[in-house]
Design a protein around this ligand. Structure first.
Ligand SMILES: [Zn+2]
Length: 294
């Protein structure tokens, strides 16, 4: 009898351990660390930023700007923009599309030794500034809210992650910002390449029913390269992406996944990949001494 009880007890313990000890894996393509950081946050009319929300690490943009007035953005956005502006300027030959007089799209060739020249039009806007911008817009638009200007708290510009970019020539032509900007080589290059720098085109064409904002070829949002890559490959809006990853997180938690453990694991993996990068710099054998010679 004792023997039977011992066997039953072992089985119970064993099955308990199996359930508790089975590691629930985070199997979504984007690390949880990225998704739980500010850079993934969704800001829109249903997800408002508080009036006192001010982003961390705001710096004055050091890239080309439309005017001498200082534009503020987050430091990581400024770093990514610096690289994107520099790379754009190396593009001296680029095929893009324009609408001809019959309304058909035709190919056009951009060829200019000075490259594609981007310019920053707008970055961080405080809650107070957005409040003024919105009420001025409504006054100009006969009180009609057509989605182009966001109410205070609903603008991504308050997050410090959103920017408006034009081309130098488009800006110099004094055109009002509208979707005609798409017919410039700069806009089409940005749309195709901004993901490599961690940006998404936040309000894409034909996705207005989801974003509730008209197409804005100049408005980019920084989300980091991992999220931007996922959104690009899967052709999503930030709204759809947020619904997707939040469901993945719920599934993970329901299956017994441990969020804190996963975050710790990701930080360990990040550190070890940083170590291997450092070792790579020392040579194939990982011998640091070769870099330490006087
Ligand atoms: Zn914008």
């Amino acid at each position: 009898m004792k023997k039977l009880a011992a066997i039953v007890l072992s089985l119970v313990l064993l099955s308990g351990c199996t359930a508790a000890c089975a590691e629930v894996k985070w199997d979504f393509a984007v690390p949880l660390t990225q998704l739980l950081s500010d850079r993934a946050m969704l800001v829109n009319r249903d997800n408002l930023l508080a009036a006192d929300y001010i982003p961390e690490n705001l710096v004055h943009a050091t890239v080309r700007c439309v005017s001498s007035s200082k534009i503020e953005i987050r430091k990581e956005v400024n770093d990514a923009l610096t690289q994107m502006f520099a790379d754009a300027q190396l593009v001296t030959d680029f095929t893009y599309q324009v609408k001809n007089s019959s309304g058909n799209w035709v190919q056009k060739e951009f060829q200019d030794a000075s490259g594609l020249r981007l310019t920053l039009k707008s970055g961080y806007r405080s809650y107070g500034t957005q409040k003024t911008t919105y009420s001025n817009y409504l006054a100009r638009n006969n009180g009609v809210d057509d989605g182009i200007s966001s109410p205070p708290g609903a603008s991504e510009h308050q997050s410090g992650f959103a920017i408006d970019i034009l081309s130098v020539s488009y800006n110099n032509s004094n055109q009002y910002m509208n979707d005609s900007f798409y017919q410039t080589p700069e806009a089409q290059w940005m749309e195709a390449n901004c993901y490599s720098y961690g940006f998404i085109l936040r309000y894409p064409k034909d996705q207005e029913s989801i974003t509730k904002v008209p197409y804005e070829p100049w408005h980019l949002r920084y989300v980091g390269r991992e999220i931007a890559g996922y959104i690009k490959v899967n052709n999503l809006t930030l709204e759809a992406f947020t619904t997707l990853w939040q469901q993945k997180l719920k599934d993970f938690q329901t299956a017994g996944g441990d969020e804190q453990k996963q975050l710790l694991l990701e930080s360990t993996q990040k550190n070890s990949s940083m170590e291997s990068t450092v070792l790579d710099e020392y040579g194939d054998d990982g011998d640091a001494e070769i870099s330490l010679a006087f």
